[in-house]
Ligand binder design. Structure first.
Ligand SMILES: [Zn+2]
Length: 464
């Protein structure tokens, strides 16, 4: 069985590489930019290959087999309910940790959620958190979180007993996180990656609210968070089959920005340059280089209408959180009692999933997480000279601390373009003047580059 799986992977790899060579060129020239994108190392290629649609299918099959994973379902039944599902996820992540050489630790984090509109009685909610500790002392405090949510629901949000298979919402996200943890636990990364399986999402994102506030209280530097929620189907209720696009919801200006920050944003024209948008651009570039058959479809919103997910808990704490979701949803398969009505099947069932699509979404996550956690921190203290009238653009920033830092790049784009178009390598300096290109006409940013060519996320400046 192992041999067969390996043979299939090798074939898939050849396809990936061939596609990469042709599509990367086409896509970039179409955008008119000269940005090179991040390098994709042989080891990242190997990890991408290792992502298995079969493993993902098996995981979702097991998750569905618990009948319901509703937050109010049994926590003690060994076969049915959220308790059994939580224990299974915990055991899966422990297996990954066992292969990590001691770098990955796993814990169940429980707390009691007091009663509220969707919690009739005090309820214990348990997240399963696997932390793959970074190995570079200067970077290990920098943390990336990738999540799915374990709990499921039917039409009545308080119904903890009916079958709630939650195959897509969010068996798909949990299965992807487990697969990423399995593969990435055997590797070293400079920064820390947290594989989080949250609970209580459908009742009010309680698990992630609790975890994000713990991180904040501990002073953790969460430099990026991805919520994988409903990433399982490539066929929408609108009849569109789309196996290429992954929606990435990225919030613009934060509702928590102060009047002073809002004034700076208006001066800079930075409405489209929030930290989540810079992170989303990074994800797009990383995925484009590593898995060009997938397209990161940036959506300039915090989430869909009437819906939320666990990234909101991170945004609330000031952390850049993104939501990853399939391109076209089918609401007959979300939050529905399993039933047939007028010949139409309702319910979040496995039969509607596309495991190869989920595997590719996992690959998008993997390419971005590896690039982030192997790469340097985004530069801090980035300022643009704005106190005199000049046709040049002068930028300055604080030095990064990583020992493998190579230098910095200034990036810029037209003010009405969504992605960075131009890159100027400036070496290992902490200030630079771009001659003859005025900040009046372009948006500028600065990113760090390490000796392996890994780039950081771009930092958008404030006026000096
Ligand atoms: Zn969900």
């Amino acid at each position: 069985m192992k041999k067969l799986a390996y043979g299939l992977s090798a074939l898939a790899c050849a396809g990936l590489l061939a596609a990469s060579a042709t599509m990367a060129l086409g896509t970039r020239s179409a955008e008119g930019g000269d940005d090179q994108g991040p390098p994709v190392s042989p080891d990242v290629r190997h990890m991408l290959n290792d992502v298995s649609a079969t493993n993902i299918e098996d995981s979702i099959n097991t998750l569905v087999s618990f009948g319901t994973r509703h937050t109010l379902s049994s926590q003690t039944d060994p076969n049915r309910g959220i308790g059994a599902a939580t224990e299974w996820v915990y055991q899966q992540l422990l297996q990954s940790a066992a292969a990590s050489g001691g770098r990955m630790t796993v814990e169940k984090q429980s707390f009691v959620q007091p009663p509220g509109p969707r919690i009739p009685v005090p309820t214990t909610i348990t997240n399963v958190i696997a932390t793959l500790h970074g190995t570079q002392p200067e970077s290990t405090g920098r943390t990336y979180v990738v999540s799915g949510h374990l709990d499921s629901r039917v039409t009545d949000v308080l119904n903890g007993t009916s079958d709630a298979p939650g195959a897509d919402d969010d068996g798909s996200g949990v299965a992807a996180v487990l697969e990423l943890a399995r593969i990435m636990s055997t590797r070293h990364f400079d920064a820390t990656i947290v594989f989080a399986v949250f609970s209580g999402e459908e009742q009010g994102t309680f698990g992630s609210v609790n975890f994000a506030s713990r991180l904040k209280a501990a002073g953790t530097n969460v430099a990026g968070m991805f919520s994988n929620d409903i990433i399982g189907s490539s066929l929408g209720q609108n009849g569109v089959r789309d196996r290429r696009d992954l929606r990435v919801f990225a919030e613009g200006p934060s509702p928590q920005e102060t009047p002073a920050q809002a004034a700076i944003r208006r001066t800079m024209g930075g409405e489209n340059d929030s930290a989540p948008r810079q992170l989303a651009r990074f994800v797009r570039e990383a995925a484009q280089a590593a898995i060009p058959k997938m397209n990161v479809w940036m959506i300039y919103r915090r989430d869909r209408f009437l819906r939320g997910s666990d990234h909101l808990s991170f945004l609330q704490q000031g952390y850049p959180g993104l939501r990853f979701t399939e391109p076209n949803e089918d609401y007959r398969h979300e939050h529905q009692d399993v039933r047939v009505e007028n010949g139409v099947q309702f319910g979040d069932l496995e039969q509607f999933l596309d495991y190869h699509y989920i595997a590719n979404v996992a690959r998008v996550n993997l390419s971005a997480l590896a690039a982030l956690a192997n790469g340097p921190a985004a530069p801090s203290g980035v300022k643009v000279e704005a106190s005199t009238l000049t046709v040049d653009t002068s930028l300055e920033w604080q030095p990064n601390t990583e020992p493998d830092l190579a230098g910095y790049e200034i990036v810029y784009r037209d003010t009405n373009m969504p992605y960075w178009q131009h890159t100027i390598p400036v070496g290992n300096v902490t200030s630079y003047t771009v001659k003859g290109i005025t900040k009046d006409n372009y948006l500028f940013g600065v990113r760090a580059v390490d000796k392996d060519g890994n780039r950081s996320v771009v930092t958008f400046p404030v006026p000096k």
